[in-house]
Design a protein around this ligand. Structure first.
Ligand code: NAG
Ligand code: NAG
Ligand code: NAG
Ligand code: NAG
Ligand code: NAG
Ligand code: NAG
Ligand code: ZN
Length: 410
């Protein structure tokens, strides 16, 4: 007897939608962007949907008032610095921006690029890799569905990076998110819905971080201990909330502006100029004492291709290119203690000897051995993915909704 799901699968195939790929290694093997970006369902995500806010929607409140997330929020709320939200639901209020006290009482990066907090007990930001002549290499806004060519290139170069993932993208593209762990990259949080963090209430800002952390944990099995605010929009109130969640704030001093091409006067030539200026600064000795971090994106084909095109020049200029956590000797990048990153020295030694500098210990990435990614990317995959059959990722794309409608009509 045919199940509803097999009927749906047949309908979808007739409509030209590919059958679901259900493992990280299958997804990572895709080479055309259309296939990579065809929505699929992933059982653990489908099963947990009610525990998350709607994806790509700014968090308006914690979803449940009776779970660990809310309890954690209530336990810290009274101690959060008393700084008013600078907008509503992630949208900045321009009158607050323009009327802001130039003495910068909140250490508001957006206005002053302040990275040293004014409120006592709040930890400062990392805006540069501490090691000399070193680039802390990272990319924002992933996982992008079509990132295989980009990740393949990094793997070929035995190059790891820090991936600042958006929670909503992680639930949209869980198998792509798993690839970061399988390939030995470091994952940090880039919020749930990618809005301006200072324009949220305490509870909303907490939720933007909490749900992104939970999404990454659900899908990859690891809980990040670092984050980056969208647009760099952070003040001491937001820093404190992130700190209470165990998240270290990673900013940047150099901006490629790759995300902004063809908006507000930024051209591809502007972006190349920004890369070239960074490379020239290495030669000029700017990083002889302290290294660099540049803002770049896993956002679309242009930003990823530009990263690849510039990699050989960056590698020739800097002595070392490492994930940000490696530049900090942060050998335990996640809450889960059975996963480690190499120290800065170990990473470089492994590269120098041509060996793998990948993450190790009990990590899925390390267990893969000879290039195989099977069994990678956390236990969640094993528990959920296999019987996925053909469920739709209905929450995301209109295409999915239309196709589901067609399938049910059968
Ligand atoms: C958290 O603190 C803020 C600021 O003091 C307050 O307005 C809000 O009501 C508190 N939220 C809860 C759920 O107690
Ligand atoms: C930006 O615009 C130029 C001129 O229209 C076009 O050639 C280029 O492909 C665009 N680049 C991106 C990344 O959209
Ligand atoms: C991912 O990259 C593709 C290819 O450039 C682009 O079409 C798509 O919009 C990107 N996805 C997101 C969510 O930005
Ligand atoms: C960008 O798109 C081109 C054309 O589809 C493709 O050949 C190339 O591999 C893509 N680059 C990346 C980094 O995905
Ligand atoms: C990382 O560890 C090495 C070896 O102990 C040390 O020389 C270096 O100063 C450390 N770097 C940082 C940023 O802690
Ligand atoms: C690491 O520990 C967690 C529990 O904290 C477990 O779920 C996971 O499977 C372990 N991963 C590996 C690769 O051993
Ligand atoms: Zn971003």
């Amino acid at each position: 007897m045919r199940s509803h799901s097999s009927i749906a699968a047949t309908a979808l195939m007739l409509l030209g939608v590919r059958a679901a790929v259900s493992s990280e290694s299958d997804e990572a093997a895709l080479t055309d962007m259309t296939s990579e970006c065809t929505p699929y369902s992933y059982a653990p995500v489908a099963a947990a949907e009610s525990q998350f806010p709607p994806i790509w929607t700014p968090v308006s409140a914690m979803v449940s008032k009776s779970d660990a997330g809310y309890a954690k929020f209530i336990s810290i709320n009274a101690s959060i610095p008393n700084i008013a939200p600078k907008g509503v639901l992630g949208v900045p209020d321009q009158t607050i921006v323009s009327g802001y006290n130039p003495a910068d009482p909140d250490c508001w990066w957006t206005v002053t690029q302040c990275v040293t907090p004014k409120v006592s007990g709040v930890k400062g930001d990392i805006a540069a890799a501490p090691e000399p002549r070193t680039l802390g290499y990272g990319f924002d806004d992933g996982p992008n569905c079509s990132h295989n060519a980009f990740y393949d290139y990094l793997t070929e170069k035995n190059q790891k990076a820090t991936m600042f993932y958006i929670g909503s993208n992680v639930l949209d593209w869980p198998l792509q998110a798993q690839r970061a762990v399988a390939d030995g990259h470091e994952i940090c949080v880039h919020t749930w819905s990618h809005r301006s963090m200072t324009a949220f209430t305490n509870e909303q800002a907490f939720g933007e971080l909490w749900y992104a952390m939970q999404a990454i944990k659900l899908v990859t099995g690891v809980t990040p201990t670092c984050w980056r605010p969208p647009l760099g929009d952070v003040d001491d109130r937001i820093r404190y909330i992130a700190q209470q969640l165990g998240l270290q704030n990673i900013l940047w001093k150099y901006n490629s502006n790759d995300w902004a091409v063809n908006t507000t006067g930024i051209t591809e030539a502007t972006v190349q100029g920004n890369y070239d200026a960074l490379i020239a600064a290495v030669g000029a000795g700017t990083f002889d004492t302290t290294g660099a971090i540049m803002l770049t994106h896993e956002l679309n084909n242009y930003t990823m291709q530009t990263a690849l095109d510039n990699y050989p020049k960056l590698a020739a200029a800097f002595d070392h290119i490492v994930p940000v956590g490696v530049s900090l000797n942060k050998t335990q990048p996640y809450v889960e203690t059975n996963y480690t990153l190499p120290s800065f020295d170990a990473y470089n030694a492994a590269r120098a000897s041509g060996g793998s500098s990948s993450a190790s210990s009990g990590s899925p990435a390390a267990s893969g051995g000879s290039g195989s990614k099977s069994g990678s990317a956390a236990g969640n995959q094993a528990t959920g993915g296999t019987s996925a059959g053909f469920v739709l990722q209905v929450s995301t794309l209109t295409l999915g909704l239309v196709v589901l409608g067609a399938a049910l009509a059968l």
